[in-house]
Structure formats: structure tokens, C-alpha cells
Design a binder for this molecule. Structure first.
Ligand code: CMC
Length: 451
């Protein structure tokens, strides 16, 4: 990217030399392509390590040719946005929010501070944090229509389906949210989304369990209140276990954002049509629900339960290598190294198990990791444990059903989704998301009468 440095006027001769040097430098920041179909040669600019694919359209065989496009299934090597939110270096296993290493945030910040950082770009000062916490508390109550909606679902409805429906329904209560051009209005919707995601998740869980809901309690901090809404039974003064508060703070902040993943891409794509943010959020949550993305944590637990005992692990790994199933919680599109979030989660799992008691599935998971990390199949494909491998064990230690795990991913990821929604709306380069295709269907044919 060009620097904004200013220089004194160097005079005409120096300016000519400068221009030549600049031209030479510019020539180096380019890609020379020869189209073997025509013999024509093109200079394509290299900008921030990318080739703007719109420039490929210049490469044509003739006036009727549409021009070249890029073909990239799964968008595995396509940068569609510029972002300042999250930095991931998958080769080295590095994750930073707004420049801060995830390990430092896990030590020194809580989830709500991290959410503020992810959304607004800086860690909050004392006054900003007080204002932010207050806003989140104020917006944590949900309209009784949402409560009634949740109660209409069958007791065994998957909590993610209930969560997605309830989030989408928020748009019916806040028609003002369609005014996405107004910054103050956007801020209000952001506060509502971050605050209400936790309440909807907790109401969903209580309904799933057949227990009466707990309304939000302003006397507790964000995580304490969330745990209370989830777990309070008959206690008058519910006090969450400090180890669980700490663990959930860390788990939530580790899940806060992960740059252009599948669900964030959906959030941006829906938002690019200027739909209201609740509809976009519901779409993002729906994308998270897939087992290759956020529902992997649920799939890991079901896999560990299926394996049952450490002595069954070797046989299971052989089935994975024969392609009969996947080792859930392993592998990542970007990380070709140990997922840094997994390392932290593994450490806090120990703290949680001290408070709750351990689970026999932990031994299965440890054996699975040990065997897989030593096996040529996983080594050659650079498959390492990801964020979902151990998080489910912590949630299980909290006595949560596996079907709730992805909801507990969606709650903190809401702050990442809204951060990207804001960034997308204020980025003048962004346009309606509308990719191209390679049409491979029938040539023109006609519907003839009588056929
Ligand atoms: N178990 C066994 N083999 C695997 C696995 C796995 N978990 N992941 C990838 N492979 C193999 C795959 O079969 C392929 O082998 P080959 O080259 O012989 O055909 C090779 O590794 C490359 O796999 P890929 O599917 O092309 O890689 P991808 O980047 O498209 O997939 C992934 C990434 C996350 C979808 C995949 O690793 C996977 O399915 N993992 C299990 C599900 C999971 O844990 N998902 C959570 C991801 S992290 C959190 C999140 O995104 O929400």
C-alpha cells in the first residue's frame, strides 16, 4: 500500500529520476502474463500481495470474449475484503485480535473487554468499559414474544435451530434496524445483538431442559449473569463457581472472531445487500451450525462417546485413515500448525475439571491426540487439533448436552460477526456480494408445443 509520507520538492532533474525509479518499482510490483491463446502480454498490478481479479478481464481472445475470471471453489485462495480485525498466521499458529496476541488477552482481559476490542478496535478504558457493560446489561432483556417463540418449539428441537429462529425474529421487534446507513442506529443494534445473544442462548437451553427461564440479573457481570441464566435452579443468591467464570471468559474470548470463516463470510454477504443485521446474524449462525464449521464441537463429543475407551482409539484412527469418517476437531483450512486456541483451551480444561471432576472422555481425547500427532497420515496432511477438540469436554464437565455446544460458540462469535458487519458497511470498496459462475448447463433449447 502506498505510504502517506510527505517530501520536500526535489527539483525537476531529481523528479525525473524519481519518476523513473517509481516506474521501475511499479514494474516490480506487477505480474507479467502471456496469454498463449493470443500471444499477448499483460502487466497485472500486485496490490497487497494480491492480483485484483477484475484486471483479469482485460485478458481476452477478442471483442466478444468476456475476459478471464478466477475460479476458486470454497474461496480458498481469494481475499474478498481488507480487514483490520483479526490476524491469523496459519503456518505459525498465530492469532491476534486488533494486534493483541490471543494468549495475552486470555491472561489479562475478559470477554466483554475483548468484545469491545474486536468491535471497536481498542481495548476499553475504565469509562468506556463502564458504558459498554451498562449498555449490554440494559439490552440483555428480550421481548416476551421471543420467550414465547422459544417456548413454541418442541422440547427436543435442536437448540441451534431455536437460536437461529429467535435471532432472526428480533428483526420483527426492531424494524428500525433496517436503517443500516445511520452510525448511531448501527451502534444500537450492535449492543442489542451482543447482549441478546446470551439471553436467547440461555432461554433456549432452559426450554430444552424443561426448566423455567431465568431473567437477566444486573447485579452480576456478563459471564456471571450468563451462567446464572443457564444454571440457577432454586438458589436465592446464585453464585457462579469462579473457575467456571474464568473458563467461560476465556472460552468466549477465544471464540470471539476468526476472520473470514464460513459464517463471517455469510454475515458479510447478507449484510452487503443492506438487509437488517438480525437477518444477517441468523444466516451467519446457520452457517456455523454445520459440522465442518461450528458444530464440530458437538461432533467431537459424539465421536469421543462413540469411541468410548482409550483402547478403542487405534482402531478408530485406522477407520479415519481408510476414509470411512473424519477425525472431528482436527484439521483447519488456515491452520497448518497447532491451533493456538486449542492450546489455551487444553490448559483451562484442567482448571475446570478440578472444580467439576474429570470425565473419562478426556482420556479418550488425549489418546486420540497422541496417536494422531504421531501418525504419518495426519503429519503429512498437517492436521492438528483445532478449537473444537477440547471445548466440548469443558462444556460436558459443566453438564451441558452436546446439542448446546454450537450455541455456546455462536454467543461470543456474535461480536465477531457484528464487527465484520460494521467494517463491511463502512468500507467504500465493498459492494453487493455477487460472485460469478462457470455455466456448464444445456445450450439454448426451446420448449416446443406438444413435447
Ligand atoms: N480427518 C481426517 N482427514 C482429514 C481431516 C480430518 N478431520 N481434515 C482433513 N482431512 C484430510 C482430507 O481427507 C484430505 O485428504 P486427501 O488429501 O487425502 O484427500 C486432506 O486432509 C485435506 O482436507 P480438505 O478437506 O481438503 O481440507 P479443508 O481445508 O477443505 O478442510 C476442514 C478443513 C476443517 C473442513 C477439515 O479439516 C475437517 O473436516 N475437519 C473436521 C471438522 C472440524 O473439526 N471442523 C472445525 C474447524 S475449526 C472451527 C470452525 O471452523 O468452526
Amino acid at each position: 500500500m502506498p505510504s502517506s509520507r510527505r517530501c520536500a520538492d526535489p527539483g525537476p532533474a531529481a523528479a525525473g529520476a524519481d519518476a523513473a525509479a517509481r516506474a521501475e518499482a511499479a514494474a516490480r510490483d506487477s505480474l507479467t502474463v502471456v496469454d498463449n491463446r493470443t500471444g499477448l502480454r499483460y502487466e497485472l498490478p500486485i496490490v497487497s500481495g494480491t492480483v485484483p481479479t477484475a484486471d483479469l478481464r482485460r485478458i481476452r481472445t477478442g471483442p466478444d470474449d468476456f475476459g478471464l475470471m478466477a475460479y476458486d471453489p470454497g474461496l480458498a485462495n481469494t481475499a474478498a475484503v481488507r480487514s483490520s480485525i483479526t490476524y491469523v498466521d496459519g503456518e505459525r499458529g498465530v492469532l491476534r485480535y486488533r494486534g493483541y496476541p490471543i494468549e495475552e488477552l486470555a491472561e489479562r482481559a475478559n470477554y466483554l473487554e475483548t468484545a469491545y476490542l474486536v468491535i471497536f478496535g481498542e481495548l476499553p478504558g475504565a469509562a468506556e468499559l463502564a458504558q459498554w457493560s451498562d449498555a449490554i446489561k440494559r439490552h440483555s432483556m428480550v421481548h416476551t414474544n421471543i420467550q414465547r417463540l422459544i417456548e413454541t418449539f418442541r422440547y427436543d428441537a435442536h437448540p441451534m435451530s431455536v437460536f437461529i429462529s429467535a435471532v432472526a425474529s428480533l428483526a420483527t421487534l426492531y424494524p428500525d434496524s433496517r436503517d443500516v446507513a445511520d452510525p448511531a442506529n448501527r451502534r444500537l443494534q450492535v449492543e442489542r445483538m451482543v447482549a441478546k445473544a446470551g439471553t436467547i442462548a440461555a432461554f433456549t437451553y432452559r426450554h430444552n431442559q424443561g426448566w423455567p427461564i431465568n431473567y437477566p440479573d444486573d447485579g452480576l457481570d456478563y459471564i456471571g449473569n450468563f451462567l446464572r441464566m443457564m444454571f440457577r435452579m432454586t438458589e436465592v443468591d446464585y453464585a457462579p463457581h469462579p473457575a467456571l467464570v474464568r473458563a467461560l471468559n476465556v472460552l468466549f474470548l477465544l471464540h470471539a472472531d476468526h476472520e473470514q470463516n464460513c459464517s463471517t463470510t455469510v454475515m458479510r454477504a447478507i449484510g452487503s445487500s443492506r438487509a437488517d443485521p438480525y437477518s444477517a446474524l441468523a444466516g451467519a449462525a446457520a452457517a456455523l451450525y454445520g459440522p465442518l464449521h461450528g458444530a464440530a464441537n458437538e461432533a467431537v463429543l459424539r465421536m469421543l462417546e462413540g469411541i468410548g475407551r482409550p483402547e478403542n482409539v487405534a482402531g478408530f484412527v485406522e477407520r479415519v485413515k481408510r476414509g470411512e469418517c473424519r477425525l472431528m476437531g482436527f484439521g483447519h483450512r488456515v491452520y497448518k500448525n497447532y491451533d493456538p486456541r486449542c492450546r489455551i483451551i487444553k490448559r483451562i480444561a484442567g482448571e475446570v475439571f478440578e472444580a467439576t471432576g474429570t470425565t473419562p472422555l478426556l482420556d479418550v481425547a488425549l489418546e486420540l491426540e497422541r496417536i494422531a500427532l504421531d501418525d504419518e497420515y495426519f503429519i503429512s496432511r498437517r492436521l492438528y487439533p483445532n478449537v473444537d477438540f477440547y471445548s466440548g469436554l469443558i462444556y460436558r464437565a459443566m453438564r451441558l448436552p452436546a446439542s448446546m455446544f454450537t450455541v455456546l460458540f455462536a454467543v461470543p462469535r456474535t461480536c465477531g460477526w457484528v464487527a465484520h458487519w460494521l467494517e463491511m458497511l463502512t468500507d467504500e470498496e465493498q459492494r453487493l456480494v455477487r460472485p460469478r459462475q462457470i455455466y456448464e448447463g444445456a445450450e439454448l433449447r426451446h420448449c416446443l408445443p406438444g413435447e
